[in-house]
Design a protein around this ligand. Structure first.
Ligand SMILES: Nc1ncnc2c1ncn2[C@@H]1O[C@H](COP(=O)(O)OP(=O)(O)OP(=O)(O)O)[C@@H](O)[C@H]1O
Length: 255
């Protein structure tokens, strides 16, 4: 698929060439190629079970392709892992784990610092900036299990932000959130600039929302393989959506 002039000179943060992804003998993503432009927002969209999470897991090195080649920041995914933050969908906080919001966000820094090292002032600054950015600074000393689902979700995104990695991956970041939480997190999804460092990060997110995908710079449409990829206006076409979803949607326009 042709790239837009905006994408032509953009280096690729992720380059997948003829990859096949499988869980045991079950092929979740049949032989496919796609790329993710660096410093931009990419939405991965497709029906349930179409291979979105499997693909993200391959980018983070958790699943190794059974065929083809996959490069992340020019490296093997497993080697690029220290430069990639992966924020999962809202996870339950165990009641018996007495972690505060701030400690949870700080865990994002320890991952690259080493668990027994002391936080430096740059680490504390990154933690404070992430708490502010997600508007949870006032919750810093609350325990995770005292928070609502939406608040906890913001904490997890803050943990990903605090890592200040080159790639930020968010799995269905807006699912199940109220308007305020969704607005805060949507701001992160579409903000590839790091105001503290001046660097641009690559954001990859999965979504079931067509309008959310339309707001991305680049879209990858999945349906057990990559059905289409490119700018939203070239990918989110009825012919591609019908191919991926097998339906024209709940309320298709009248012909
Ligand atoms: N651990 C696993 N073992 C076996 N099959 C799996 C495993 N994880 C996922 N699958 C299968 O792989 C396929 C792709 O799953 P995946 O989770 O990537 O889909 P998805 O597009 O992220 O779906 P959703 O929108 O529901 O989150 C599905 O058919 C799923 O049942």
């Amino acid at each position: 698929m042709p790239e837009t002039s905006q994408e032509v000179d953009t280096p690729h943060a992720v380059e997948a060439t003829d990859i096949t992804l499988a869980h045991g003998t079950f092929v979740a993503l049949a032989k496919s190629s796609c790329h993710i432009p660096a410093g931009r927002v990419t939405a991965v969209i497709g029906p349930n079970g179409s291979g979105k999470s499997t693909f993200l897991n391959s980018v983070t090195g958790l699943i190794v392709p059974v065929g083809g080649t996959l490069a992340v920041l020019g490296q093997r995914p497993v080697d690029a892992r220290p430069r990639v933050s992966y924020v999962l969908q809202n996870v339950e906080a165990p009641v018996d784990l007495p972690l505060t919001v701030r400690e949870t966000v700080a865990m994002g820094r320890y991952a690259s610092l080493g668990w027994f090292r002391r936080l430096r002032s740059t680490d504390r600054d990154a933690i404070d900036a992430a708490l502010e950015r997600m508007r949870i600074a006032d919750l810093a000393h609350r325990h995770l299990h005292e928070l609502s689902g939406g608040q906890r979700h913001r904490v997890l995104v803050a943990q990903g932000l605090a890592q200040e990695h080159d790639i930020l991956i968010l799995d269905e970041p807006l699912a199940g959130l109220d308007v305020v939480s969704a607005e805060v997190i949507d701001g992160i999804v579409h903000d590839t600039g790091d105001s503290r460092t001046g660097d641009r990060r690559t954001v990859i997110h999965t979504t079931h929302d067509l309008s959310e995908a339309a707001a991305a710079d680049h879209v990858i449409l999945m349906g057990g393989r990559v059905v289409a990829e490119g700018p939203p206006d070239e990918v989110l076409l009825e012919e591609h959506l019908v191919e991926a979803f097998g339906t024209r949607g709940l309320h298709p326009p009248v012909d």
